[in-house]
Design a protein around this ligand. Sequence first.
Ligand code: HXC
Length: 511
Amino acid sequence: MKPILDELEQRRAGARAGGGEKRVAAQHKRGKLTARERLELLLDTGSFEEFDTFVQHRCTDFGMDKAEKIPGDGVVTGWGTVNGRKVFVFAKDFTVFGGSLSEAHAAKITKIQDMALKVRAPIIGLFDAGGARIQEGVAALGGYGEVFKRNVTASGVIPQISVIMGPCAGGDVYSPAMTDFIFMVRDTSYMFVTGPEVVKTVTNESVTAEELGGAKVHTTKSSVADGAFENDVECLLQMRRLIDFLPACNRSGVPVWPSFDDGERLDPSLDTLVPDNPNKPYDMKELIAKVADEGDFFEIQQGFAKNILTGFGRVEGRTVGFVANQPMVLAGVLDADASRKAARFVRFCDAFEIPIVTFVDVPGFLPGTAQEYGGLIKHGAKLLFAYSQATVPLVTVITRKAFGGAYDVMASKHIGGDVNYAWPTAQIAVMGAKGAVEIIFRADIDDPEKIAARTKEYEQRFLSPFVAAERGYIDEVITPRATRKRIARALAMLASKKIEAPMKKHDNLPL
Ligand code: HXC
């Protein structure tokens, strides 16, 4: 028995060595960890169960029959736990053929995808790779197709997270793009369909990899990535934090963690959060922090469309998705980017049965040719569609402005809001006083006294929560200090909410 055990240990050591000392040293020199080091940080200590340690490529073209065969073939796969909860993982090993995807490498990933779907647990992919294994040609392309198809089958059933921790090009970008979240590491990771050399040849643009697809580009311009972190260690620790918020699957319900924050907690400081001057901004993040358990908020797309906030928190130990207009940026207006960002988040929450709490302070949709030419109508419709379609508990609090179509869109009663509250400072109207008076009293426009009187009249009648409350569009006007308590109670009451949607193959979301 002993020699066989020795051989096993020897083979395992060979797999653990990856592409060898030199390549591992080069990986470290670039500030990157190896695939196995990353998994150690991501998973609970000692929990990793590896699959397919000894898989090797079967390619014989372009000298691959003579090339060294490294067990594992550039990807480490298996499962483990994060704070005791089961997750499936694959981590590309850049030290082995640049983490490139061969037929055998793809089969390792699809095995894990199938397993994750079968047992209904999240899957996390760590990417650091040069795309299709060039020597394998179409076999590698076929492998990608198998991975993509499974991404789509699993979408909306189990959470799928992609973490970009090095180069990510060609086929490697499309699998992440079909997962729920993409996170990147600053300065060491980049994503693009075609690299700088191809770009130079085709469009004659000269760009660096960082300028073309670095973390800054994808978290602030393209919105391809949902967040970025300083280094591998911070990134993986934040992924552990994110997983703690996510359900195992669409039928499991949200995880419930012990909460040491009283659901009935009042916060008197919220009574003065909204400034007296309706045009002065305030930080909506403060409201989220004061409502969420222990102020813990995991923000999604923090660097993109900052006029809307999206992210996860907990109320009484249970995950909720927060969506909130941010008056600090563009007065919290809804534009195409903000609508798209929030729509995707609402759809994730709805798919995974995560209740949504919406805080509203929105002056309307952003006017202008840039917005209209950019398809504001369709992008705004995405958010309207997402909320209207959602069957999870929806609790909405209007803190100040809820003007025009944006009032309807932001989880209003009319499109499915279950419990809709307003603070006494709320202003629910078709538009602000100035714009309204200038339109309906155009004849008096040259008479400042008349206009002032009309404006005052409009403000008194419409710029309050009470016209909406008189109609039942608002369930109750609440004191700001009691917001957490009212939300906690509403969510507890709504926990058994059930809506049966009519049978259809699928909807036709305005894409
Ligand atoms: C095979 C590859 C490889 C690949 C890298 N390597 N990419 N081997 N297939 N795609 C190998 C290198 O030969 C090298 O081997 C090792 O990995 C490290 O690569 P380097 O080039 O030395 O590293 P670096 O300078 O850091 O550059 C990394 C890189 C570059 C930017 C990723 O390697 C690169 O541009 N690779 C090719 C990217 C690409 O065009 N892929 C195909 C995309 S097409 P040694 O033995 O020297 O360590 C595609 C189609 C799918 O993916 C589409 C589906 C929709």
